[in-house]
Design a protein around this ligand. Structure first.
Ligand SMILES: [Zn+2]
Ligand SMILES: [Zn+2]
Length: 81
């Protein structure tokens, strides 16, 4: 799976007023390019294309858990002398 340069023919221009994914563009992680392509797979390298931005929900959950830890810190373990 390597870039063969075909993706350059499908290169997507940066949309005005909306996000790239919102306007139907897809991202290839291998070619590191946004393309106008209907399929799920990159026409160039054959790798699965990304159709959505990174999962924001997951990040939010991680943040929430961190906050919880700050509210309920673990009890300090008494040190025996
Ligand atoms: Zn490519
Ligand atoms: Zn590709």
């Amino acid at each position: 799976m390597t870039c063969k340069g075909i993706c350059g023919r499908h290169k997507a221009q940066k949309p005005v007023g909306s996000g790239r994914y919102a306007s139907g563009q897809r991202r290839c992680q291998i070619c590191e390019i946004f393309i106008n392509w209907e399929g799920l797979w990159c026409p160039c390298c054959g790798y699965r294309l990304r159709t959505k931005p990174r999962n924001l929900k997951y990040k939010a959950r991680l943040r929430a858990r961190k906050k919880l830890q700050e509210v309920y810190p673990e009890k300090p373990i008494p040190v025996q002398v």
